[in-house]
Structures are given as structure tokens and as C-alpha cells.
Write a protein that binds this ligand. Structure first.
Ligand SMILES: [Zn+2]
Length: 386
């Protein structure tokens, strides 16, 4: 194993990669601000009461149905407001030759995501206002427990119910790769339930792989765009990284983190709602669902505040999975070259500024991941005495 070859891996970003990622970041900030302004405007102008009255009238004064109608209107307006940003993001992928999705297919996907979002939001909002009516004191505790149960259920069914709505999957057929993966698993003393080829090429030119699901649905998915262009050694390195997530139980740990965060989130939301009703008299009743924009605002602000910490936690897990990959394979070279290819193919920023990494990146920058691999190889070559 030599280090000479790794020196050809570029560490600087091309102007193209920088421009693409800068625009993407700006779009996500714009999207966030639009949502924030919309929720703020609903509360400040009192439009939320107009929407609530409309919902009541359409539902024939039936509470549960009125809540659902209110959610539909809220999501539909916010989708319309964000449509420009969504379409621009779609065009952007084409401008940088990262997508081959047709407009029709994109619009169909957008429609499906909207309906799924509507269904999930409907369930969560009904849960919140339903528990407020039944148990005004302890509602947040009950709602939180049910919410977590639903989330775990969703993680479990996602690979078999949600993902196939957007992409085709089929069990990995490559015999050699399967054998290599089995070998890795045997050495790790674990097993994965399955490896699936993810037909990403129908829509995107990017490559990706992930560990998804829970229990019986836990599986590694690996995009066809990766399988086509990477050597068997490189694919093995990617699989070893995903196996690292599995071995270090990152899915379970991630759920435990969510349990703690959503607990605080529901508690804080209940406090804010009580304050808004009892001290500020913004709404007559705790169960007045015109307060929904306020609850959404609390959750949006709270999630953006903790985002840097969640990203830091995710990067920590990614480093662990990388480290697992270094140890599992005889050489770090395939890992390094696969990282290089991924950066190239996905037009990723190899070396973003520190604040960009902090706020936006769930994975360590490519430059750091490669440096860690080189450091590991160096230590393996020169074991410490004693
Ligand atoms: Zn990973």
C-alpha cells in the first residue's frame, strides 16, 4: 500500500462545486424564511382565525374534521408559497447536469410527497388537539408518547412502503459483492437482512448508499449509479461503511436522541401554548386549533436551533462508520477513491468553510474523511512499540 496515489485526490473545490452548493444553501435558507414569515403573518394578521372559521364552516362545525380541513389549507398555501423555490431547485439540478428527471415525473413526485406530508401532518395535528381536549394538563406527555410510537413505526415501514413510492428497489444480484459482504458480516459477527439495489438512475446522476429500516426491514440500499461506476473494492468500502452504522447501532441511538429531543419539544410547546392562552389571551381555548401556526413556529425555531448539534452528532456517527470501514478492510485505498468519486459525481463540496460544515453538513467534509483514512493507514504501518 502506498500513499503516492492518494496525493492525486484533489482537496480544493472547483468553482462549479462551490457555486452549486452556495445556491443550494441559499435556497434552503430562503425556504426556511418563507415558512417562518408565513406562520408569523398568519398569527400577526389574525388570518389564522379566518382560516379556522372557514374550516369550521366547511366541516359543518365538526371539530375533528375542521382540524383536518385547517391542516389542508395551511399546507396547501405553504406549498404554493414555496413552489417557486421547489421549481428552482429542480432546474438547478439540471443546470449542473446532476438530474435526468423529466418535469412530469418531478411534478408527480411533488404531488405524492405533498399527500404523504398532508397525511402525516393530519395525524400529528389531530393527535395534539385530540389529547388537548381529553387531557388539558397532561396532553403533551400522551401526545409525545404516541408520536414517538408512530415515528418508530414509520422508520420501520419506510423502506417497504414509503421509498418504493418514489424509487424501484431490487435485491442485489452481484454474486461477488454478496459474498464479500457476507464475509464482512461474518468477521463482524453480525448479519444484515438484505442489500438492495436502489434504482436512482431513473431520476438522478448522483450516487448514494444508506442503512435504512428497523428490525425486520433493516437493510443496506445502494444506488445503481454507484454500482455501475465503482470497482468491486470501492463498493465493498461503501458497504463496510454502512455496515459500520449497523454494528455501532446508530439507528437505535438516533431514535433515543429523538426520544429525548421530542420530549423537550412537546413540553416546551405545551408551555408556550398555555402562556399564549392564559397570559396573552391570543386564543380563547387551549383546544382552539387557530394556535397551530404558533405551535409550528415553536417547532421550526427549536429545530433550527438544535440543527448544528444534531449535525455534529451525525458527523460523529459518520466518523465511527468510516473508522469501522478502515478496520474491516485490508486497505484504505478503495475508501479514498470512492470518496473522491462521490465528491466528483455529486458535485459535493470537499472542503467547506467551518460554519457551513457546522450548520449544514450531516457528514464530515470529504477532505477530512480522506485525511482520517490516510492517518489510519499510517498508524497501521507503524504500530507503536509496547
Ligand atoms: Zn454513513
Amino acid at each position: 500500500m502506498t500513499f503516492a496515489s492518494t496525493q492525486t485526490v484533489p482537496t480544493k473545490d472547483t468553482p462549479e462545486a462551490r457555486a452549486y452548493n452556495r445556491v443550494r444553501r441559499r435556497l434552503s435558507i430562503l425556504d426556511f424564511l418563507l415558512g417562518f414569515a408565513f406562520l408569523g403573518a398568519l398569527l400577526a394578521t389574525g388570518w389564522t382565525f379566518t382560516l379556522r372559521d372557514l374550516a369550521y364552516r366547511a366541516a359543518g362545525q365538526r371539530y375533528v374534521l375542521a382540524v383536518f380541513f385547517y391542516v389542508i389549507m395551511l399546507l396547501a398555501i405553504s406549498k404554493l408559497l414555496g413552489l417557486g423555490v421547489d421549481y428552482y431547485s429542480f432546474r438547478l439540478e439540471h443546470r449542473y447536469r446532476l438530474s435526468n428527471q423529466k418535469l412530469r415525473s418531478w411534478a408527480w413526485d411533488e404531488g405524492k410527497s405533498f399527500l404523504i406530508g398532508l397525511l402525516l401532518a393530519g395525524v400529528v395535528v389531530e393527535l395534539i388537539y385530540g389529547t388537548i381536549r381529553v387531557a388539558p394538563q397532561r396532553w403533551w406527555l400522551i401526545a409525545w408518547a404516541v408520536f414517538m410510537g408512530l415515528s418508530v413505526f414509520l422508520v420501520q415501514i419506510a423502506p417497504v412502503v414509503l421509498f418504493p413510492l418514489f424509487y424501484k428497489f431490487q435485491p442485489l444480484e452481484d454474486e461477488e459483492l454478496k459474498q464479500r459482504l457476507l464475509q464482512l458480516c461474518r468477521r463482524a459477527g453480525t448479519r444484515v437482512r438484505g442489500v438492495y439495489e436502489w434504482k436512482l438512475s431513473a431520476k438522478s446522476k448522483k450516487a448514494n448508499a444508506a442503512l435504512t429500516g428497523l428490525g425486520p426491514t433493516r437493510r443496506i440500499i445502494i444506488s445503481d449509479t454507484l454500482l455501475e461506476n465503482y470497482s468491486a473494492d470501492e463498493v465493498e468500502a461503501v458497504l463496510a461503511h454502512e455496515l459500520g452504522h449497523h454494528v455501532r447501532r446508530h439507528m437505535l441511538k438516533g431514535i433515543l436522541v429523538q426520544v429525548a429531543i421530542t420530549f423537550c419539544g412537546f413540553w416546551a410547546t405545551a408551555r408556550v401554548l398555555r402562556y399564549a392562552v392564559e397570559q396573552r389571551h391570543m386564543f380563547d381555548l387551549l383546544s382552539d386549533f387557530a394556535s397551530l401556526p404558533l405551535l409550528a413556529l415553536v417547532s421550526v425555531v427549536a429545530s433550527s436551533l438544535i440543527m448544528p448539534f444534531l449535525n455534529a452528532y451525525s458527523r460523529h456517527n459518520e466518523r465511527q462508520a468510516d473508522d469501522y470501514c478502515f478496520r474491516a478492510l485490508p486497505s484504505v485505498e478503495p475508501f479514498i477513491s470512492s470518496m473522491d468519486k462521490l465528491a466528483e459525481q455529486n458535485l459535493a463540496e470537499r472542503n467547506p468553510s467551518r460554519w457551513v460544515e457546522w450548520f449544514f453538513h450531516s457528514h464530515p467534509p470529504i477532505v477530512k474523511r480522506i485525511r482520517a483514512a490516510e492517518g489510519f493507514a499510517q498508524r497501521r504501518l507503524t504500530p507503536r512499540a509496547g
